[in-house]
Design a protein around this ligand. Structure first.
Ligand SMILES: Nc1ncnc2c1ncn2[C@@H]1O[C@H](COP(=O)(O)OP(=O)(O)OP(=O)(O)O)[C@@H](O)[C@H]1O
Ligand SMILES: [Mg+2]
Ligand SMILES: [Zn+2]
Length: 488
């Protein structure tokens, strides 16, 4: 028995089988019931959400031997022929291969005749946005003076490309994306009839990857069934998609932020054993950190559960991890031994907690606290504020670092003074981009100057051994004081 793609096998044959488009379905059924049948319909929306399916069901409902009815019976010859795509009176035209005006003229000729058998002669024009301007003009005449018994149904992903003259003469239906819950429900139903066992988490990951499209979700499910057979777990889905579940990333990130080197190596060993692609793993990890950053900065998390996890990390902590990982993104992509490259990148990022302690001590020593949320420098002027606003929009990550600085603008120079070298380094790396933005804002070349406040800030009376910075260095990096000298 040959395997039939799920999307084809489970194409809805009745309005009641369609998920997510209740408003459209109700409107169409009401119109049929009240015998208000339009002669031109347009279905628009993203790929795989039921445009073509709806057009075919509507065609059956209108032409069914027992119709026009709110549901086709799917039993009569007409319904069966429409399902098979062989009904002479219901023609499906793919506009992508049928753009010419000649074809439309031909179509016009056909429309002059009565239907061969059915109640209506129906033209389903798919990918309608692909039609040429002359073809639309020819069609316009048909739609303006519709021959009796002729119905047009257009389907398109790009309604904005359909001429306004056409749009004003058709009944428009904008189909919506299918929600995660609806997709999960549909996937579960299909798994049941296929006798496939799948856990909830597995189906949820598939649904998310479907991005609102039933067809996309179903083809992902096809791939996973091909890989793992009749029983599907979240781990299988993760392996197939090269994406791991949120828990895995959250775990990895916790290990990085705690500086748990042994834990990182163990987690990556497990990933290797389950056959995970390390390049994808690294990219997905970066995406994960990014979505938590967005959440942390006040946006909405787009990875499921990311908000819960984001709360465990401060904004600046996430920024730093993201920044450290980003620096190695290229290295990992080009590496021959990707697993090793990922391991090194994560271990490097995991040295960060030690530095954090040092930094904290330094900022205490310097008598100012480093904010965890982006904040404005006290010296910011409104002029400067315009610039910072632009940076926040164009380069949010850098804006986050700038939040840790005192910023000033004098003549054509913007200065940022940091008390941590990490932010200073990150901003220095981005100075070209910042100068470009400054030029756009001020209309004149502007230099970006980055400085670090190299405050040792030990109070005279504090003995050197009690210096918090020194203590932090010793605690995290080891070593002891051999000699101390005071420079004047
Ligand atoms: N709303 C829906 N309810 C149930 N299944 C759907 C729905 N939308 C799409 N499907 C599934 O996806 C498959 C493709 O749907 P359809 O051809 O109607 O998509 P479309 O919106 O026309 O997409 P495209 O823009 O790519 O042509 C169907 O065979 C069906 O399995
Ligand atoms: Mg379609
Ligand atoms: Zn029928």
């Amino acid at each position: 028995m040959s395997y039939q793609a799920l999307a084809r096998k489970y194409r809805p044959q009745r309005f009641s089988d369609i998920i997510g488009q209740e408003t459209v379905v109700r409107t169409l059924q009401n119109a049929i019931e009240q015998n208000r049948i339009h002669h031109a319909y347009l279905f628009s929306g993203v790929r795989g959400i039921g445009k073509t399916t709806l057009a075919r069901i509507l065609a059956k409902a209108l032409n069914c031997v027992k119709g026009p009815a709110t549901e086709p019976d799917n039993e009569c010859t007409i319904c069966r022929e429409i399902t098979e795509g062989i009904d002479l009176d219901v023609r499906e035209i793919d506009a992508a291969t049928y753009t010419g005006v000649d074809s439309i003229r031909e179509l016009r000729d056909i429309t002059q005749f009565q239907p061969a058998r059915d109640r209506f002669r129906i033209f389903i024009i798919d990918e309608a946005h692909m039609l040429s301007a002359p073809a639309w003009n020819a069609l316009l005449k048909l739609i303006e003076e519709p021959p009796p018994h002729v119905i047009f149904m257009f389907a398109t992903t790009e309604m904005q490309k359909v001429p306004a003259t056409i749009l004003s003469r058709v009944q428009k239906f904008v189909l919506r994306k299918i929600t995660i819950d609806e997709l999960v429900g549909r996937l579960r139903q299909i798994c049941q009839s296929e006798k496939i066992e799948a856990d909830d988490e597995a189906l949820e990951i598939v649904a998310r990857r479907g991005e609102g499209s039933v067809r996309d979700a179903l083809s992902i499910l096809d791939q996973i069934i091909a890989f793992s057979g009749r029983s599907i777990t979240a781990a299988d889905v993760a392996t197939v998609l090269g994406l791991s579940d949120t828990n895995f990333f959250a775990h990895l990130l916790t290990l990085v932020s705690e500086g748990d080197h042994a834990g990182i190596i163990e987690a990556l060993n497990e990933a290797a054993e389950s056959g995970r692609d390390f390049k994808l793993l690294f990219r997905d990890l970066l995406n994960f950190v990014r979505s938590m950053l967005l959440f942390s900065a006040g946006g909405k998390g787009d990875v499921f559960g990311s908000d819960e996890i984001a709360k465990k990390f401060s904004y600046s902590e996430l920024l730093r991890i993201a920044n450290l990982l980003m620096r190695d993104d290229d290295v990992v992509n080009r590496a021959e031994h990707q697993r090793m490259a990922v391991e090194i990148a994560l271990l490097k990022a995991a040295t960060f907690p030690r530095l954090r302690e040092i930094e904290k001590a330094m900022s205490v020593g310097a008598g100012s606290s480093a904010g965890t949320q982006p904040a404005r420098g006290p010296a910011a002027t409104s002029d400067l504020e315009t610039f910072l606003d632009r940076v926040r929009k164009a380069r949010p990550a850098i804006a986050g670092y700038l939040g840790n600085a005192k910023s000033t603008k004098k003549d054509n120079v913007i200065s940022f003074i940091f008390n941590d070298t990490y932010s200073a380094d990150a901003v220095t790396d981005a100075h070209e981009a910042l100068e470009k933005i400054a030029r756009e804002v001020y209309g004149a070349p502007t230099s970006i100057v980055v400085q670090t406040e190299a405050k040792t800030a030990t109070k005279e009376e504090t003995p050197l051994r009690e210096d918090p910075i020194l203590k932090a260095f010793q605690k995290h990096l080891g070593g002891e004081v051999v000699e101390s000298r005071r420079s004047k």
